[in-house]
Design a protein around this ligand. Sequence first.
Ligand code: NAD
Ligand code: TYD
Length: 337
Amino acid sequence: MNVLLTGGAGFIGSNLVRLLLAERPGWRLVVLDKLTYAGNAENLAELEGHPRYRFVRGDICNGELVAEVMRSERIDAVMHLAAESHVDRSILAPAVFIDTNVRGTQVLLEAARELGVQRFLHVSTDEVYGSLGPTGLFTELTPLDPSSPYSASKASSDLLALAYAHTFALPVVVTRCSNNYGPFQFPEKLIPLMIANAVRDRPLPVYGDGMNVRDWIHVEDHCRGLLAALELGEPGQVYNFGASSERHNLDIVRQVLKLLGKPESLITYVKDRLGHDRRYAIDSSKAQARLGWAPRHRFEAALGETVAWYVEHRAWWERILTGEYLKYYEQQYGARR
Ligand code: NAD
Ligand code: TYD
């Protein structure tokens, strides 16, 4: 089987590429990635020359390129992960989120339809459901109620993907996952940002009161879910993934400090994110029952392994914390102090 994987140079994509090459020896993978600030060729460097892997640098909004890659590589299935993925950036500059997440998804869906691709996995997020109160869980039937430009763009792309399933019988499967953590995550997201700052004894910027809740899942568990959804998911269906690991942000920041032996005095409360969703929590029982999937990693142990990975791979994230990142960091955090 020939699989086109968009966004393969990013955090989840690069973990997924490694998992698929190891677990599906009959598959050939073609990665299409624009290498934006978040895409990092280094994440896949060890695979150069691999006989079942090809990297194509390009934009998913480029319809001619997308059609050419799908045709020439005889693509059977698409796993679509390419996206602008950071909420804070979507507040600073929303337009590119519409280009990549909405229009780029439509370009891929159209090319897949024209070429008669057998499976289209659209990788989405629980953020499309909006924010929860103190109780309750998101199910696949929870109405879409996105709050940020990021989540609104993802909800739009979900609806387009499902419309292609309904209107054109394109075999689309949509997945919605909670917050991921693990190796190769870009250090603008909560966990790697806090680790990178704590290691260097820099302030840890906690938004608002630090009591917002996210439901954490290890990236490898998410990737196994994506594989199961591709192989066993029913066209036109949505599957939620999460690992029932709800934590307050402050709790995570404290755990990171403890694991690194750093003082809590590094915690700095900063101005809250605009429109900050209070709580996310996922009911993944449909995926568990229909896809035979279950998370394997337990949060506290896996957070320890993740912190150790970032300590060991300091050169990887230090190379990222230059140029564009410094500009973003100043724009995002400079005015918040
Ligand atoms: P990421 O930001 O680490 O990686 C995104 C990748 O997409 C990068 O390699 C980037 O170069 C590429 N890309 C961006 N715009 C592109 C374009 N126009 N054309 C081609 N490539 C482009 O993101 P991630 O955290 O790995 O997320 C991957 C997917 O999973 C996204 O669709 C995201 O919405 C979804 N998701 C993420 C999480 C999470 O916690 N990180 C949770 C649920 C769902
Ligand atoms: P993030 O990793 O950006 O994921 P998302 O917003 O998509 O859930 O943020 C996770 C939580 O951590 C969210 O409630 C915002 C908070 N946060 C901070 O308190 N400080 C930070 O510097 C960042 C990046 C996030």
